[in-house]
Each structure stands twice: as structure tokens, then as C-alpha cells.
Design a binder for this molecule. Structure first.
Ligand code: HEC
Length: 152
């Protein structure tokens, strides 16, 4: 084999390996991006958001008296703050900017709520919990015909 032919062959092999590795990397990246398991907004709200809020109505009625009750609050606060991220790749057909703004607002109040629960600061947790629900409700006003006004 001539030296030049050998070099060309080497370049071809190296390029194919590089392309294969890149393709594999792209496959991994696409598999790693979150995809809705059920893209029905009603189901997401009813089965993921609603149970956490219902539990919080009970938990937030009075200051927790033991570690276990604080843990329940932290769990539901973090759940709502984190699942709000799922709203950021499920967009309505129009007014996406408002949707994103309200989801970010909800997540931010939810995050403050979670941090206050971690500090066992009930007054501050209560305040952020109510603020979070206000954002939930503002989104329901705008995107669910004003239905589902959730009480603290
Ligand atoms: C960015 C918009 C948005 C935010 C933020 C939002 N929701 Fe919703 N939610 C909706 C929409 C849209 C519906 C109506 C879904 C449907 O029935 O098609 C809904 C419906 C609901 C329902 C009624 C479900 C049922 O069974 O009918 C509950 C409960 C609910 N949301 C809880 C929450 C809670 C709790 C939060 C805040 C932590 C929240 N949502 C934040 C958009 C939002």
C-alpha cells in the first residue's frame, strides 16, 4: 500500500470513528432530555400537583410539633417547587410568555417555601406557601378560565 493511500485510509477510519462517537453522544443527549410521560395538563395537575397541595392544606394548618411533620412539609414544598419545572416544557398554544412568567414565579415562591421549611421557620413558610398558591391561582385565572382557585 502506498503511503498516501494509507494516510487517506487512516483519515477515513478516524472520521468514521469520530462520527460514530458523536452520533452516540447525540443519542445519549436526546435520551437524557426530559420528555412528558403524560402530556395531558389536567392529569399532571390532578395527579402530581393536587395531592401535594391537599396534604399541605393539612400540614400548614398549624406549626408542626415534631421532626416527622416538618419532613412532610419539606417533601411537599420541594415536590411542588420541582414539578413546576415540568411546566416549562409543556407550553400552551398561546401566551407562552405569561405561562413561563407564572411558572417561574410559582417555582420561586415554592423554593422560598421549601427553604423556610428546612429552617423550621413556620411564619416564613406560611407566607411563601400562600404566595406560591397565589401564583398557582393566577395561572389558573389566566389559563384555566379562572377555575381551580386553591385555598391555603
Ligand atoms: C403555568 C400555569 C400553571 C401553574 C403555575 C399552576 N397550574 Fe394548576 N393548572 C393549570 C391548568 C392549565 C389547569 C387546568 C388543566 C385542565 O383541566 O385542562 C390547572 C389545574 C389545576 C388543578 C385542578 C385539577 C383537577 O383535578 O381538575 C389543580 C388542583 C392544580 N392545577 C393545582 C396547582 C397547584 C397546587 C399549583 C401551584 C403549586 C398549580 N396548579 C400551578 C396551570 C397551572
Amino acid at each position: 500500500m502506498k503511503y498516501n493511500t494509507f494516510l487517506t485510509l487512516l483519515v477515513v477510519i478516524a472520521t468514521s470513528i469520530f462520527a460514530a462517537v458523536a452520533a452516540d453522544h447525540n443519542d445519549t443527549k436526546s435520551a437524557a432530555s426530559p420528555k412528558p410521560v403524560d402530556d395531558d395538563m389536567h392529569h399532571l395537575m390532578e395527579y402530581v400537583f393536587e395531592p401535594a397541595w391537599k396534604r399541605l392544606q393539612v400540614t400548614m394548618a398549624s406549626e408542626p410539633s415534631d421532626k416527622k411533620a416538618w419532613k412532610v412539609m419539606k417533601a411537599d414544598a420541594l415536590t411542588l417547587a420541582e414539578v413546576t419545572n415540568l411546566l416549562l416544557h409543556r407550553f400552551p398554544e398561546e401566551n407562552t410568555d405569561d405561562w413561563v412568567r407564572l411558572a417561574v414565579e410559582t417555582r420561586s415562591a415554592g423554593s422560598d417555601f421549601y427553604q423556610a421549611a428546612r429552617q423550621k421557620d413556620f411564619p416564613s413558610a406560611s407566607k411563601s406557601y400562600r404566595l406560591m398558591l397565589k401564583s398557582c391561582n393566577t395561572c389558573h385565572d389566566a389559563f384555566a378560565d379562572g377555575e381551580h382557585q386553591l385555598a391555603p
